[in-house]
Design a protein around this ligand. Structure first.
Ligand code: KG4
Ligand code: ZN
Length: 336
C-alpha cells in the first residue's frame, strides 16, 4: 500500500510518500520560517497564501523523490486539525481533489496523533502499548497508547503549551521565531539554577500542566531587573526557564509512568527536538528500567511523513473520510 501524506497545519507545507506502515519513500518539507521570522511569529494569512503556492511543487518533488507517479498512490492521508484554519484548508482541499480524481480513499488525520506516530518511522520495532508525551507549539499532553487505534488522554495543559512558552519567552529575550531552538542554544551558555521560577501543579495528582504562570514570572523578572537598572544575563534566564519546563514535564511523565505501569516512554512534537529534554528523559528512563523513544529531529517538528504513518494505521481499521471533510482548527485529542 502506498500512502500519500499531506501536512499544512501551520508554517510547513509537506508531502510524504509511505510504503505500507513504516517505509518512508519521501518526505518533502517546505518551511516558511524565514518569512514569518520578520513578524516574530506565524502570520495566518501569509501562511495560507504560501501553502497555496507551495503545495503542488512540494507534491511533485515528493513523487519524484519516491520515483513514483500519482497512479501509484493507493490512499491519501491529510492533517485536518488542529491548526490554522486557512492553512489546514489548503492541505484538505488538495487531498480531496487527489482522492476524487484518483478514486482512492481519503483519511482524516489528527495532527497531534500524527506527532506520536513519527516514532514508528524512526523506530521500526516500536509497538504499543506505551506512554506518549506530546510537546508541541500548540499542545502539551500525556497519552496512554493502548494500541495503534486506541488511546486515552491522561492529561494536558490547562493554558499555554510548552512550545508556546518557549516561543513567548524567546520573544521577551529578543530572540527570533521560532524561540524553542534559540532558547535551547542559549541555555547551553547559562546557569540553570540562577533563577528560581515557579513550578506549577507539581503537587497536584492530576496529570495536567500549566505554563502561563511561568511565562508571567519571566515577564516579572525582566521588568523588575529593568526597573532596578540591573543588567540581565539572558543565558541564565534561558537556562533557568528551560530547566523549569523540563522539571515539570519530567515530573508529570514520572507520575504517569507510575500510575499506568507502562514500560515504554515515547516523546513527540516540536519540543522533543530540545536537546536537554531528550537527555533528561533518557536518563530518567535508564534509571527506572524504562525503554525510551524519540523521533529523528526532522520528524519531531511538523512533517507529512507522520501524517501518512498515522493515516496508514487508521486505514487498517477502515477509518476513512468522505469528500465533505472540512478543517477543524480546534480539534482535540480524545479517547478512542
Ligand atoms: O510540533 P511543532 O512543529 O508544531 C506544532 O504542532 O505546534 O512544534 C513547534 C514548536 C515551537 O514552539 C518551537 O519553538 C518548538 O516546537 N521547538 C523547540 C525546539 N525545536 C522546536 N522547543 C524547544 N527546544 C527545541 N530545540
Ligand atoms: Zn505539530
Amino acid at each position: 500500500m502506498i500512502t500519500l501524506g499531506i501536512e499544512s497545519s501551520c508554517d510547513e507545507t509537506s508531502v510524504a510518500i509511505l510504503k505500507d506502515g513504516r517505509t518512508l519513500l519521501s518526505n518533502v518539507i517546505s518551511t516558511q520560517i524565514p518569512i514569518h521570522q520578520k513578524f516574530g511569529g506565524v502570520v495566518p494569512e501569509i501562511a495560507s497564501r504560501k501553502h497555496v503556492v507551495n503545495i503542488m511543487p512540494v507534491l511533485d518533488e515528493a513523487l519524484k523523490k519516491a520515483n513514483l507517479t500519482l497512479n501509484d498512490i493507493g490512499q491519501i492521508a491529510v492533517a485536518y486539525g488542529p491548526g490554522l484554519v486557512g492553512a489546514l484548508l489548503v492541505g484538505v482541499s488538495a487531498a480531496k481533489v487527489l482522492s476524487f480524481t484518483l478514486s482512492v480513499p481519503l483519511i482524516a488525520v489528527n495532527h497531534l496523533e500524527g506527532h506520536i506516530f513519527a516514532n514508528f518511522l524512526s523506530h521500526k520495532e516500536l509497538e504499543p502499548p506505551f506512554l506518549a508525551l506530546v510537546v508541541s507549539g500548540g499542545h502539551t499532553a500525556l497519552i496512554e497508547m493502548k494500541d495503534y487505534n486506541r488511546f486515552s488522554l491522561l492529561g494536558q495543559t490547562r493554558d499555554d503549551a510548552a512550545g508556546e512558552a518557549f516561543d513567548k519567552v524567546a520573544r521577551l529575550l529578543g530572540l527570533p521565531y521560532p524561540g524553542g531552538p534559540q532558547i535551547d542554544r542559549l541555555a547551553k551558555e547559562g546557569n540553570p539554577n540562577a533563577i528560581d521560577f515557579p513550578h506549577a501543579l507539581m503537587k497536584a495528582k492530576e496529570l495536567e500542566f500549566s505554563f502561563s504562570g511561568l511565562k508571567s514570572a519571566v515577564i516579572n523578572y525582566l521588568h523588575n531587573a529593568e526597573q532596578k537598572g540591573q543588567s540581565i544575563n539572558k543565558a541564565d534566564v534561558a537556562a533557568s526557564f528551560q530547566k523549569t519546563v523540563i522539571d515539570i514535564l519530567l515530573h508529570k511523565t514520572k507520575q504517569a509512568a507510575t500510575q499506568t505501569g507502562l514500560k515504554k516512554i515515547v516523546l513527540a512534537g516540536g519540543v522533543a527536538a530540545n536537546s536537554r529534554l531528550e537527555e533528561e528523559l533518557r536518563q530518567f528512563c535508564a534509571q527506572n528500567n524504562l525503554a525510551f523513544y524519540f523521533p529523528d529531529r526532522i520528524l519531531c517538528t511538523d512533517n507529512a511523513a507522520m501524517i501518512a504513518c498515522r493515516g496508514y494505521y487508521q486505514s487498517l481499521k477502515g477509518d476513512f473520510a468522505d469528500l465533505s471533510l472540512n478543517a477543524v482548527p480546534y480539534l482535540s485529542l480524545q479517547d478512542k
